[in-house]
Design a protein around this ligand. Structure first.
Ligand code: BTN
Length: 252
C-alpha cells in the first residue's frame, strides 16, 4: 500500500480515507468537502478564512499550530426506523479516545459533541450531510497549541498544555481518524463507551429550547444518542435538535 501523507494513520483508516488534501489556507474544510463530494477524503488546512461552528457561529482558524480538518464518507442507512446513525456523538468519542492515545487526561464530552478538558472547551465538531447521496462530512477544530484569540483563557484550553510531549495537528488528525474507523467498524455498539467520557451525567443543567429553559438533572444517553434528563421529577429524552445544554460547568 502506498504511504499515506498522514503517516500515523492505521491501515484501516488509510483504506477508509485514501484521499488527502492539505491547504495553507481555505475558506472552510467542511465547505470544501461538501462541494467536492468525494467520499473517503481528508481535508486539512493550516488556516480557514471562513471556518464555521455550530449554530451558524464563526470558528476562529488563524493559528496553523491548531487543528482544522474534515473527513468524508458515504453511509447507506440500514436502520428500519430510518434513524440516522449518531455520527456527531461518535466523532466526539473518537476525539476523546484519540486524546487518550496521545497521553491526555481530563477530557470529556458535553453532549452532544463539544470536547472539554477540565471544564474548558478544547474542540468542536460540525457534522453535515447530503442525505440524497448518503454523503457525510465531519469537521473537527481543536486547540492543539493555543487558545483562539476570541476566547479567554478561562473559557478554553489547548492540548499541548496538558501533555508531556507536544503533538502536531497531523498526528492528532491521524489519531482521531484511527479511533473513528474503529468505532465505525462496530457501529451498533459504538456508543457503549459514552459513559466514560460523559461530563454531564449526574449534573444539574439548564436545558434551553428556542422558547424557554428548564432545569434538569442529566441521567445519561439513550441508545439512540438522545439525552436522558430528569425534569420536574420525570425522566425525559431530548434530542440535540430540540435543546442545548447550558450551565453544565457548575452545580446550579
Ligand atoms: C463548534 O462550533 O463547536 C464546531 C466547530 C467546528 C470547527 C471545524 S474546523 C474544521 C471544520 N471546518 C469548519 O468550517 N468547521 C469545522
Amino acid at each position: 500500500m502506498k504511504k499515506h501523507a498522514l503517516k500515523d494513520l492505521s491501515e484501516t483508516a488509510h483504506r477508509f480515507f485514501p484521499h488527502y488534501h492539505c491547504f495553507e489556507s481555505i475558506d472552510s474544510t467542511n465547505t470544501w468537502l461538501m462541494e467536492h463530494k468525494v467520499p473517503g477524503s481528508i481535508c486539512l488546512a493550516k488556516k480557514q478564512t471562513a471556518g464555521r461552528g455550530t449554530k451558524g457561529r464563526k470558528w476562529y482558524s488563524d493559528t496553523p499550530e491548531n487543528l482544522y480538518f474534515s473527513f468524508s464518507f458515504t453511509h447507506q442507512n440500514s436502520d428500519r426506523k430510518n434513524k440516522l446513525p449518531p455520527f456527531s456523538l461518535i466523532a466526539g468519542l473518537a476525539c476523546c479516545e484519540a486524546l487518550d492515545a496521545v497521553g491526555m487526561k481530563g477530557q470529556g464530552i458535553k453532549w452532544p459533541n463539544d470536547i472539554y478538558c477540565y471544564e474548558k472547551k478544547l474542540a468542536g465538531i460540525l457534522v453535515e450531510a447530503a442525505h440524497n447521496v448518503n454523503y457525510w462530512v465531519i469537521g473537527i477544530g481543536m486547540n492543539v497549541d493555543s487558545v483562539p484569540e476570541n476566547l479567554a483563557d478561562n473559557q478554553a484550553t489547548f492540548l499541548n498544555n496538558h501533555i508531556k510531549s507536544p503533538v502536531t495537528p497531523e498526528q492528532l488528525a491521524s489519531a482521531i481518524l484511527n479511533s473513528f474507523t474503529t468505532l465505525y467498524a462496530d457501529l451498533n455498539n459504538a456508543l457503549q463507551g459514552w459513559d466514560k467520557w460523559d461530563i454531564l451525567k449526574g449534573r444539574e443543567v439548564l436545558l434551553v429550547t428556542g422558547r424557554d429553559q428548564t432545569k434538569g438533572r442529566v441521567h445519561g444517553l439513550s441508545s439512540d444518542g438522545e439525552l436522558i434528563a430528569e425534569i420536574n421529577g420525570q425522566l425525559r429524552t431530548v434530542s440535540s435538535g430540540e435543546v442545548s445544554v447550558r450551565n453544565f460547568y457548575k452545580d446550579v
